[in-house]
Design a protein around this ligand. Structure first.
Ligand code: CBH
Ligand code: ZN
Length: 368
């Protein structure tokens, strides 16, 4: 029998999440930029399968259903990207995730995200009905656990947690917030307390900001829980991009979002630092969001190989800290086959006019 998410975390194990789907699949030509909805689960199932498979091969223990923004209200906004119903997409996405997860003993997590309805100031019952509809699909397809992800307002995430927990399945909740807190200025510590009180067993952050910033936010959540005498597992699924200048609106405010983020991409060595820092502060569910490609997930697994007791397949292709480069014909490349080299490297952009930070364009005053 496959062990569940809580069994693994309660035993103190590291659980590695998967990476970003909408951004990766947009780049590959399967997702529409802007709406970022997951109709590709029906339209291009092989593209979704392939990305699931690569994340799992890189070492992910969890495959998230490709159901981001998959509610009927969201599918209707922004020029109606598809005629396929949210239900149909959700169910197809569950089948794809299950098919691939079963190839490698991974867990399937059904994901729900924030709704346009909430921003339109719809009532609690209307917003909750959206989550309930998604949940019904997840129960029908028997996902292993549930993830509430990408919520800017803890108040909406609480509603999602309250609905999902009625299933009896474990619930993880990650907000896309900064160390300053959510969009209503609720601090990370208070957000965590509210999510746990709503019924989440795992709490943390996802998307919007770079890994080390997200680790800081999750640490603040942890402190809040400690102050309140509450316990929960901690989770981080940050961006795979460097965003040092961003404030609470995250990478959406960067001039490069979403089509020119490449210069900000994290390297595999950056990811190893992230995995270590996350581990040090007690985060045990460690994954990624937008910008995380399979090799980034592999890097997390490599950094935590000692703790987990194994390396993911594919690691042997480069070896520990690039050891396989010793086979290179050029002596100066062979000289890079070690940790010191990669750990101390400051990669350049190759663009003479490339500045290190930009001015965020979020149209509002920073709350920092
Ligand atoms: O696709 C995924 O990996 C999901 N698990 C999370 C997506 S976070 C996407 C952010 C979209 C931003 C926007 O609304 O512009
Ligand atoms: Zn994201």
């Amino acid at each position: 029998m496959k062990r569940g998410i809580l069994e693994r975390l309660d035993a103190g194990e590291v659980v590695i999440g998967d990476g970003g789907y909408v951004i990766a699949l947009e780049r590959r030509g399967y997702v529409t930029a802007g709406p970022w909805t997951p109709e590709a689960a029906v339209e291009h199932p092989d593209a979704v399968r392939q990305l699931h498979r690569e994340f799992m091969r890189a070492g992910a223990n969890v495959i998230q259903t490709f159901t981001f923004y998959c509610s009927d209200d969201k599918l209707k906004t922004g020029g109606k990207v598809t005629d396929i119903s949210a239900n149909q997409i959700n169910e197809a996405a569950c089948d794809l995730a299950r098919e691939i997860a079963n190839e490698g003993g991974a867990l399937v997590a059904g994901g729900v995200s924030q709704t346009p309805l909430y921003k339109d100031k719809s009532s609690e019952s209307e917003v909750k009905a959206i989550f309930k509809k998604q949940l019904d699909g997840f129960i029908k397809k028997d996902v292993d656990f549930l993830i509430v992800e990408y919520f800017e307002h803890v108040a909406e995430a609480e509603w999602a947690v309250q609905v999902l927990k009625t299933s009896g399945k474990p619930v993880a909740a990650t907000l896309c917030i900064s160390p300053q807190g959510d969009m209503d200025n609720v601090s990370p510590g208070d957000c965590a307390v509210r999510l746990v009180k709503a019924g989440a067993q795992i709490v943390g952050v996802n998307c919007h900001l770079d890994p080390l910033t997200c680790v800081r936010t999750v640490s603040l959540m942890k402190e809040g829980l400690q102050r309140a005498g509450l316990k929960a597992h901690l989770m981080a699924q940050p961006l795979g991009f460097h965003t040092p200048e961003c404030n609470h609106t995250g990478y959406l405010s960067l001039p490069e979002f979403p089509f020119a983020l490449e210069t900000r991409a994290m390297t595999r060595w950056d990811m190893q630092k992230y995995a270590r820092e996350a581990y040090k502060v007690g985060i045990r569910y460690i994954g990624g969001c937008c910008g995380f490609e399979p090799y980034h997930i592999r890097a997390l697994c490599e950094e935590l190989a000692q703790e987990r007791g194994f390396l993911p397949p594919g690691s042997e292709k480069h070896g520990l800290w690039g050891k396989v480069l010793l086979t290179h014909p050029k002596p100066w490349v062979r000289a890079r086959a070690n940790r010191e080299y990669w750990e101390n490297l400051h990669p350049v952009s190759g663009r003479p006019k490339c500045a290190s930070v930009a001015t965020p364009q979020d149209g509002s005053k920073s709350i920092v």
